[in-house]
Ligand binder design. Structure first.
Ligand code: GDP
Ligand code: MG
Length: 175
């Protein structure tokens, strides 16, 4: 059984739930008041998908998303990126576009891109239609799903989908 190391970086406006998604995925818990992400740069979790083992190394911004331009080491070596917005905050969805540009400018040229519309448990407060986001994701060739870090909707599924889309492993021989 093969084992792959997969670096994933999270992008998106402050407050959309990036850290909560990482917590949900890694610890299967949701905390109302998450300590801000200062310090710790990544968390790891290993999953099994289609007979392969994927060791995810998930990089979460340490609150630097406010400054928009993240350090190059944040992107370096990433096989996948998840851009998160908040379905109850339209501005955070508009910001997805500029995160895509930021990634094109500073990220690896080949990367599996996923867009997550988080907080889908807050249906009454919704400002972004699922269909609009779905359409945008299709245009740019990104995986898309709505998630809830709070109720655990689609969080594990998001990472499964990413694992399935990773290109076949480079055998290293430069063939
Ligand atoms: P970050 O700045 O993108 O890392 O966002 P956080 O993970 O710190 O979350 C920001 C706020 O949104 C916190 O108050 C979280 O409790 C809340 N939050 C995160 N995910 C969800 C979710 O799926 N549903 C709801 N209702 N609240 C969420
Ligand atoms: Mg955070």
């Amino acid at each position: 059984m093969s084992m792959r190391d997969v670096k994933v970086c999270l992008l998106g406006e402050s407050g959309v739930g990036k850290s909560s998604i990482v917590m949900r995925f890694v610890t299967e818990k949701f905390k109302k008041a998450l300590e801000s992400t200062i310090g710790a740069s990544f968390m790891t979790k290993t999953i099994y998908v289609d007979e392969s083992t994927y060791k995810f190394q998930i990089w979460d911004t340490a609150g630097q998303e406010k400054y928009r331009a993240l350090a190059p080491m944040y992107y370096r070596g990433s096989a996948a990126a998840i851009i998160v917005y908040d379905v109850t905050r339209e501005t955070s969805f508009h910001a997805v576009k500029s995160w895509v540009q930021e990634l094109q400018r500073h990220g690896p040229s080949k990367i599996v891109l996923a867009i997550a519309g988080n907080k889908c448990d807050l249906e009454d407060l919704r400002e972004v239609r699922e269909k609009d986001a779905q359409e945008y994701a299709r245009e740019i060739g990104a995986v898309f799903c709505e998630t809830s870090a709070m109720t655990a909707v689609n969080v594990a599924e998001l990472f499964d989908a990413i694992a399935r889309l990773l290109p076949p492993e480079d055998m290293g021989a430069g063939l």
